[in-house]
Ligand binder design. Structure first.
Ligand code: GDP
Length: 426
């Protein structure tokens, strides 16, 4: 399929990096279209492990990487990442393109994110990653953003940069937070010119021409559909449209360009930070999932909340995004847990809910209605074809697909690229 979208179907950390990397083996171009350096897509290649914040996951496979206009770009983070990859023998610069329309995280945005969140009523804190994504996105919509093209224009940079930095400082001051040093902030931003000039281009044109030429394009979503600003658990969400909704605005590709939509979901659920997780398991099962699945924040080390697979939430995501198939990850983590529970509906105040509600209070109080299926005891990590799956593991996958209403097209049984089964042949 020429244009495939891959995005997270739950609350993040589903294993998007691994799935994009797997799919990118056939791709010419991998595109990040939203989010920013608040992402951390993990790829494991033998003994090597990579956690990519901004670089599209496919570049390690030799694909071109495009950071499209919808990405909120922190050039200091990208530069450090590129230099890190180069030091490890991956010459990514010749294969990287950055949109001249992408908005830049200015030095005051990260502290402003943190100051703003800290100033909120404790119950409603977003527990944002503090990387400046939300305040930068806010400024974009308030016409006070600063794009790659603005940076690279000597005139616009001179006219606007200091003004924006001073306004950022005024907001920090108003929140009682420490201001950024104007001289070092200016020097930092100026240093991006040399780094970004060779990478920047009109990625809208680049992608339009690539598509017209029949190139294989993978669109890599960051964060996840249940953290979507419009359809997620608002206000405990990210600032972008993380599913297919973000593609056209985030790349300039026409809405009808996407040929295939794949969502990535763990065989259970996790969530980090604030916000409801109806199938959360605070007891031993949750702890087992956390330990086995290594469910701790990549940067913060914060333990993630863990729970049973939520098929109701997943149905919402699949319907919203017109999902063609699910890439199911981390099923190996469930080995030995019996029974396995699948949430098929919620119950609130004696009422059964079949649709994912907008009301955050309903979601906080929702009690899951479960369908139980028998667990499997065999290890899955050595399995490479669907026919070799233990009967009960296969039955669990089938039960999930039935409850979601979408087929499981890829099954991941371990972190390695090779530990991936293409389904459908069963
Ligand atoms: P992403 O942000 O969605 O790419 O997810 P992360 O990279 O933050 O987290 C996924 C973690 O799970 C990484 O450490 C992966 O190496 C690991 N992982 C991915 N797929 C599997 C799998 O099928 N089984 C196991 N055990 N680990 C996996």
């Amino acid at each position: 399929m020429p244009v495939t979208c891959v995005f997270g179907g739950q609350w993040g950390d589903e294993g998007k990096g691994k799935v994009v990397d797997f799919l990118a083996k056939d791709a010419d171009i991998v595109v990040r279209y939203q989010g920013g350096s608040n992402a951390g897509h993990t790829i494991v290649l033998g003994e090597e492990r990579f956690a990519l914040r901004l670089t599209p996951s496919g570049v390690l496979q030799g694909a071109m990487g495009v950071i499209a206009n919808g990405v909120i770009l922190d050039p200091s983070v990208l530069r450090a990442e590129v230099e890190h990859l180069e030091a490890r023998g991956y010459d990514v610069r010749p294969r990287l393109r950055v949109s001249d329309r992408a908005h830049l995280v200015l030095p005051f945005h990260p502290p402003l994110d943190r100051a703003l969140d800290a100033s909120r009523n404790a119950t409603w804190r977003n527990q944002s990653t503090g990387r400046g994504i939300s305040t930068c996105m806010g400024d974009k919509h308030l016409y006070e953003g600063f794009r790659v093209a603005d940076l690279l224009s000597d005139r616009v940079r001179k006219e606007r940069l200091l003004y924006l930095l001073e306004r950022g400082n005024a907001r920090l001051r108003a929140l009682g937070a420490e201001e950024v040093d104007l001289a070092s902030a200016t020097a930092e931003v100026e240093s991006w010119v040399e780094f970004l000039r060779p990478l920047s281009c009109d990625t809208v044109k680049f992608l339009r021409e690539a598509r017209a030429a029949g190139r294989e394009i993978v669109l890599e979503g960051a964060q996840a559909a249940l953290l979507d600003v419009d359809f997620g658990t608002y206000p405990f969400v990210s600032t972008s449209n993380c599913g297919v909704g973000g593609i056209s605005a985030g790349t300039g590709l026409p809405v009808r360009s996407v040929d295939k939509v794949i969502t990535v979901a763990k065989a259970y659920v996790t969530r980090v930070g604030a916000g409801p997780l109806p199938t959360r398991e605070p007891g031993p099962v949750g702890e087992l999932l956390r330990d086995r699945g290594k469910e701790y924040g990549t940067v913060t080390g914060r333990p993630r909340d863990c729970g049973w697979f939520d098929a109701l939430a997943m149905r919402h995501v699949c319907a919203l995004n017109g999902v063609d198939g699910v890439a199911l990850t981390k099923i190996d983590v469930l080995q030995g847990i019996d029974p396995l529970r699948i949430c098929i509906a919620y119950e609130v105040d004696g009422r059964r809910l079949e649709e994912f509600p907008a009301d955050i209070d309903l979601l906080r109080r929702a009690k899951p209605v479960y369908r139980d299926v028998p667990g499997f005891t065999e290890p899955l990590s050595g399995i490479r074809t669907p026919e070799r799956l233990p009967r009960r593991a296969a039955a669990y996958v089938d039960a999930l697909a039935t409850e979601i209403g979408a087929p499981v097209v890829l099954l991941s049984v371990g972190p390695e690229r090779t530990e991936t089964l293409t389904m459908g042949a069963r």
